[in-house]
Ligand binder design. Structure first.
Ligand code: COI
Length: 356
């Protein structure tokens, strides 16, 4: 059976919920970690099922230096958001999609994972316990970060003997420092994010460590982030470090097809559905880097970035610009339809939101 994690106080029977908002500067939220009151923790042994977890006071966790996640990167994460409506209710967006994606990732990484029901219930409990940290309407959202990791000790390369599922939350505003202004990307032509047969299609922690070098170099040169190409042909768009990419030409919206090297974004999938329901033609296919040259609009999607317009892309020293300092017409429309739905400002005909 799972051994207890040291250093926690169990609070499951005395969660103090308050309707008052936390006392922070709600007008200046960026995408930086702010600690909140509670986190959710659930553990299980290799080959077992997760039992019931519990809410605990937010704090550091204790891991063996030999934990699988620290030594061999056996870990996954998820990201989803909660919005506060004017009437005080809180909306989650498609949490069961994150649960399913974690289950697929866990299978790839040889980890047990919570059931969809356990995942969604844990997310709900964590958000409710931290409800004073959900930003007021229009000020941002509560970012929810579920983690799944090999927490048991290993030395030889093997799946860890014990796993920890943990959820923490943090109030956030815009992801990029540009806010909702267009971001400037550079195409990376040497380093790659993912390889066929690798783990690019699941949300394993190593995929994100692998992009830090290219991302840091791009930021040092003043770019917002990096756009990666496929590693076989060095020709087709894959994704940006933390989000998926879309290209608009003559009202046709194209995005790289999911084929194992691209993260199947839940915002990506939702934007495809929203675009189709708004009458746009959407193509999931190989998108060649050359298509950026005569695109009308380019935008990124992700839970953290939501929908971010791209103002310019630089490839092999050549810079192509889009728009006039704001959203393009197509991306603005999609951004508006999606975010109004997520914030509870329009009727949820898709049945995507979960009310708390
Ligand atoms: C998200 O968009 O939620 C992600 O997981 C990307 C992360 C790098 C912030």
């Amino acid at each position: 059976a799972a051994s207890p994690i040291g250093g926690y106080t169990t609070l499951s029977d005395r969660i103090v919920e308050t309707s008052e908002l936390a006392d922070i500067d709600w007008d200046n939220l960026g995408f930086a970690f702010l600690s909140t009151d509670y986190m959710y923790v659930m553990k299980c042994a290799q080959g077992g099922n997760f039992p019931k977890g519990e809410l605990q006071s937010f704090g550091n966790i204790e891991l063996s230096p030999s934990a699988g996640v620290l030594n061999y990167g056996q870990g996954l994460f998820e990201g989803l958001k909660a919005y506060r409506k004017e009437d005080g209710t809180i909306l989650l967006f498609r949490p069961e999609e994150n649960a399913l994606r974690m289950r697929l990732g866990a299978e790839r990484m040889c980890m047990p994972s919570p059931t969809v029901k356990q995942f969604v219930e844990a997310v709900k409990a964590t958000v409710l316990a931290n409800r004073r940290w959900v930003p007021p309407p229009g000020k941002g959202s509560l970012y929810i970060r579920p983690l799944l990791m090999g927490s048991g000790a290993v030395l030889g390369l093997a799946p860890a003997p014990e796993y920890t599922f943990l959820i923490y939350v943090s109030p956030v505003g815009n992801y990029f420092k540009e806010g909702v202004a267009p971001i400037n990307l550079i195409v990376e032509h040497e380093l790659h994010r993912a390889t066929p047969g690798g783990t690019g299609g699941v949300k394993t922690i190593g995929n994100y460590a692998a992009v830090l070098k290219a991302q840091s170099a791009a930021k040092a040169k003043g770019y917002s982030d990096v756009l990666y190409l496929d590693c076989v042909h060095k020709k087709y768009l894959e994704e940006v470090s933390s989000c998926n990419i879309f290209v608009v030409k003559d009202n046709v919206i194209s995005t790289p097809a999911i084929k194992g090297t691209i993260l199947p974004g839940i915002t990506r999938k939702s934007i495809i559905d929203v675009a189709r329901s708004e009458g746009f033609q959407v193509e999931e296919r190989q998108v060649a880097v050359d298509e950026l040259l005569d695109a009308d609009e380019v935008f990124c999607t992700g839970t953290a970035v939501v929908v971010s317009p791209v103002g310019s892309i630089t490839y092999l020293g050549k810079k192509v610009s889009y728009g006039e300092g704001g959203f393009g017409v197509v991306s603005e429309k999609l951004y508006s339809v999606l975010t109004r739905l997520q914030m509870g400002l329009s009727e949820d005909k898709m049945d995507w939101t979960v009310e708390l």
